[in-house]
Design a protein around this ligand. Structure first.
Ligand SMILES: C[S@@+](CC[C@H](N)C(=O)[O-])C[C@H]1O[C@@H](n2cnc3c(N)ncnc32)[C@H](O)[C@@H]1O
Length: 261
């Protein structure tokens, strides 16, 4: 498989996943999981969430993770084996647009930071709803790359970079703001939403979480900013960091809805 736009490796997902742990916990709570439930994580990556969900359903339940990246599925399977939970935690190689499960198989279903990569988000949400039982919960947490910003006096450069990030660094950079509409269109009921900030005050971590090296390089290649402008804004960020006042943020949207009974 060719490396998709916005690809990140499992080391990145673990570091960012640890940082987002409270948000992850909120998605599990929205799934209303009970012991013995069958639950699904779509776009599961290396299995960070399937490991956590295994505790919620217990050994009488079933957890499935699905991802279209073979490396991620292999790592997730290895983690489950190492943790001794592979009897009830399984990972399958599959495109989210065509889930390999029967209709109504799961008590609840989630995805996290998957929709930002999807050219066909409605198809995937339809699939998530299809495989969920009547009255079961579908929960999606996703990024809105257009929502964020970093404190700087170089507003024009920062705005061009933020716009470029949302428009070009992944296939669906405005996923977060679309979810409420998609859930309503799908026919899910009792739809709730939360907008959750991700605030970063450590410049080194900001460069990692927002892939700033790659962003700046590609923005220069596409003539969105010049190298001199990148240097100028980097110097401001470094100065802010040295003064202990670096501040950046972005928003994620958490939407939950129930399959109509
Ligand atoms: C940003 S990662 C998030 C992984 C995981 N949900 C987490 O929170 O750690 C996005 C994941 O979605 C997967 N993905 C992207 N498009 C997909 C698709 N169409 N079908 C299945 N998986 C997909 C990627 O391979 C990647 O593992």
């Amino acid at each position: 498989m060719a490396t998709p736009k916005g690809y990140v490796d499992s080391e990145y997902l673990q570091v960012v996943g640890d940082f987002l742990n409270q948000l992850k916990q909120r998605t599990y709570a929205r799934m209303q999981i009970q012991t013995g439930h069958k639950v699904l994580d779509v776009g599961c990556g290396p299995g960070i969430d399937t490991m956590a969900l295994s505790q919620a359903v217990g050994a009488t339940g079933e957890v499935y993770g699905v991802d279209y990246d073979k490396t991620m599925i292999t790592e997730a399977e290895q983690r489950a084996q190492k943790a001794g939970i592979s009897a009830w935690v399984k990972h399958k190689l599959s495109d989210a647009a065509s889930l390999p499960f029967e209709t109504g198989f799961f008590d609840s279903c989630r995805s996290e930071r998957l929709f930002q990569h999807l050219p066909n988000p409605m198809t995937v949400l339809d699939e998530m709803a299809r495989v969920t039982k009547e009255n079961g919960w579908v929960v999606v947490l996703d990024t809105d790359w257009g929502s964020g910003g970093i404190d700087t006096s170089e507003i024009d450069i920062e705005r061009r970079l933020t716009r470029f990030m949302a428009d070009h660094m992944c296939d669906n950079g405005y996923a977060g703001r679309q979810l409420y509409r998609l859930f309503k269109k799908q026919g899910l009921v009792n739809v709730s939403f939360e907008v959750l900030p991700l605030v970063v005050t450590n410049y080194t971590f900001a460069r990692k979480v927002w892939s700033l090296d790659k962003l700046e390089m590609q923005a220069v290649v596409m003539n969105v900013v010049t190298e001199a402008e990148v240097k100028k804004i980097q110097m401001e960020f470094e100065q802010a960091d040295a003064n202990g006042v670096f501040f950046g943020y972005g928003c994620l949207t958490l939407v939950a809805g129930q399959k109509a009974g």
